[in-house]
Structure formats: C-alpha cells, structure tokens
Ligand binder design. Structure first.
Ligand SMILES: Nc1ncnc2c1ncn2[C@@H]1O[C@H](COP(=O)(O)OP(=O)(O)OP(=O)(O)O)[C@@H](O)[C@H]1O
Ligand SMILES: [Mg+2]
Length: 356
C-alpha cells in the first residue's frame, strides 16, 4: 500500500470526507474496477483516524481485498492512520468461497450483514464498506442492490468517470436516509489488467497461507454447509455396494436426506445412471462428488456463530474415520464449529488451480 501522501486527492474527495464527518456513516463505496474505491476508503479512514475517531472497515471485495485474504469478506478496526499502511489481520471474516461473488451472492449478502453487526459491537465512529468492482450485468446489479439494501448506508459514494454506476444508484432515489455522493475518478487512477489482478490475488493467498500447516477436523464435531455432506442419514455397506453397482464406481460414502441422495466416489462414475439412483431412493436430487474434486478446495473454518476464523485448503477427507485434513494458518481446531465449502481450488502457494 502506498503512503497516503502520494495520493492525488481530488477536491471533491476532500469535500465528501468533510460532509461524511458531519453526517456520519455507514459509508458504502461503489465503482468499477480500478476506479479508486480502496484508495478513497483509505483516504476517508485516514481522515477519521487523524481526528481520533475509530473506523470499522468492512472489506466486501473477495477479488481485490484491502484487508484479509481473497474469497472472504473481512472486518478490521482502525484507530491510527499509520495502521492503514500495513496489512492487518482481520478481526473476523465472512467466508465467500471464491474470488468472484458470482455464484456466491447469498454468502456475500449474509456476510456483509454479519460483519456489519459485528462492526457495530465495536462502537466505531464510522463504518466504511469497500465493495468489489462487479458493477455491471445481472449479478453486479443484484449484488449491489441487496448489499445497499441490507446496510442502508447513510452515504453511497459512487466513484465514476462518466456514468458507470448510475444504474446502481437509480433504484435508491426514493430510499429514506440514503444519500448519494458522486465522486470523480482521480487522474492518477490506474486500471490493472486481468493478469495483474490475478497475480495480486495469488500473492495475497500466498501471504495468507504462509506458515500454514495441516490441521485435522473431526467431521462429527461440526455443522457442514456444502454439497450435502453431513446432512442426511449415513447409508450402510449394503447401500454403498448397491450404489457402487448402479454408478459403476467405488462409492466411499453415501447419505440420504428427504430431498437428496449424496454420494462420494473414488474416481469416475456413470453419469447416465444417476436417474436409476434417483428412482431407487425416491429423491429429487442425487449429488455425486468425486473425491478428487475436493483436493485443494477452499473451505471456511467457522466458529459457533458461523463467522469465519480462518480459511483452509482441503487436502484429504477420510470418510471412514470422519476426518477432514486441511492446510490452514489456524492452529487450534477447538473453536471450529462449522464448515463452509467454497468453489475455488487453490494451492498454498496461492495459485488458483480450478473451479469446482
Ligand atoms: N486518488 C488517487 N491518487 C493516486 N492513485 C490513485 C488514486 N485513486 C486510485 N489510484 C490508483 O489507481 C489504482 C486503482 O485504485 P484502487 O485500487 O483504489 O481502485 P479500486 O476501485 O479499489 O480497484 P479494485 O476494483 O481493483 O478494487 C491503484 O493503483 C491506485 O493506487
Ligand atoms: Mg479495491
């Protein structure tokens, strides 16, 4: 992060900070990629910290976060402007599961609300919410609409060159108490390439997993939000054998709930036999997971309120012993009470190796 003295602060940015200082928060900053959202948030947080105010910072950008690792939303508290120059570990995170919120819009909405609730317990003078650059298309519109709806910020700061985010601001015209601050993009703002953004994400993952180690988690001790694992009655060896025959594969785990048969296989299976399994078990859905698909998958290691303590990378799942082995910076599994499966596969060196 560059020192704030090297920012070129447009006069409008300064006026906005003054107005926000008088009007209060929360402040949600929106804009296209590279428009200067994070830079404005740093400027605004610095402005408040220098006036001895406490700033809660919610990072709602799973692609290019300021705080914390990618694939999560994070909460931090700043009381001193100097802290903005070094990377702080978030107080708590909300697990998103991928570096793009597309496909994880519900996680994005619930995480922003949870982090906002947590931020309020810190008694901050201002809550700043830095958002992601997904501003166009159906997913961008839905995400921003509902994030704004959840928080009902005092100020929506819309940073734009021309009218890149007007379509996100238009639905707010009749919202009580929501004020729009339109700000120009700084002349020094630089849009980075897709490759450069990917390299930054890799670097951030790598920093996050530096010093990470293996941790074993007992699946019987946790609640699981994922493809179906841990949500049904575990089937015995007779059913496992039967399913192995139907799916022409080695089934290592199967469970049945009211709506779904969930099966884990070792290797390939006969996809065109899924309807047979569906019929035989009288369910609407059959979900089959090949064990190899789990390798390197991101997983949220969450506490008893489902706040993310740390992220992990799945390295093994022993379904017989009910042990999940992950690589994570978290040292003690005791506080892990819930797991959330992500949809991105990443190695501990930070390389994104595929989608689930
Ligand atoms: N006021 C400014 N003065 C100097 N440089 C700036 C200013 N605003 C933005 N920049 C530069 O432009 C680039 C993009 O800015 P920034 O990261 O704040 O944008 P963003 O909207 O948060 O982008 P992203 O969508 O990637 O999160 C950065 O290199 C940043 O340093
Ligand atoms: Mg940013």
């Amino acid at each position: 992060m560059m020192p704030e003295s090297t920012f070129h602060i447009p006069a409008e940015w300064r006026e906005a900070a003054e107005e926000i200082a008088a009007g209060g928060g929360p402040v949600m900053v929106i804009g296209a990629p590279g428009s200067g959202k994070t830079t404005f948030c740093v400027y605004l947080a610095g402005y408040f910290c220098r006036r001895a105010r406490r700033v809660a910072w919610i990072d709602a950008d799973p692609g290019q976060p300021f705080l914390g690792p990618p694939a999560a939303y994070s909460l931090g508290l700043y009381t001193d402007a100097a802290e903005l120059l070094k990377r702080k570990k978030p107080l708590v995170m909300g697990f998103i599961g991928n570096t793009s919120p597309v496909g994880h819009l519900l996680e994005a909405i619930s995480s922003i609300q949870k982090l906002y609730n947590r931020a309020m317990t810190l008694g901050p003078d201002l809550v700043i919410i830095n958002t992601c650059g997904l501003v166009s298309g159906g997913a961008g519109r839905e995400l921003k609409y509902h994030e704004i709806d959840m928080i009902a910020p005092r100020y929506v700061v819309a940073i734009q060159q021309k009218s890149e985010v007007e379509h996100l601001v238009a639905p707010l015209s009749q919202r009580a108490g929501v004020l729009i601050q339109r700000l120009p993009v700084s002349q020094d703002a630089k849009i980075s390439t897709t490759e450069a953004r990917k390299a930054i994400r890799e670097q951030r993952f790598k920093e996050y997993f530096r010093g990470a180690d293996y941790l074993d988690i007992a699946l019987s001790d946790v609640g699981i939000h994922g493809p179906g694992l841990g949500t049904g009655e575990r089937l015995g060896f007779r059913d496992v054998n039967r399913l192995s025959k139907i799916l022409q594969s080695i089934v290592v785990h199967a469970e049945l709930s009211a709506d779904r048969l969930f099966v884990v296989t070792e290797g390939e299976y006969a996809m065109d036999e899924l309807y047979t399994a569906k019929e035989q078990y009288g369910v609407r859905e059959v979900t089959v997971l090949k064990k190899s698909e789990l390798d390197y998958l991101l997983i949220g290691l969450n506490d008893d309120r489902n706040y993310c303590l740390d992220m992990g990378i799945i390295r093994d799942m022993d379904l017989k012993e009910q042990i999940l082995r992950v690589v994570t910076p978290l040292k003690d599994p005791a506080a892990v009470r819930n797991l959330s499966f992500g949809s991105l596969r990443v190695n501990p060196a930070g390389a994104e190796i595929g989608q689930w």
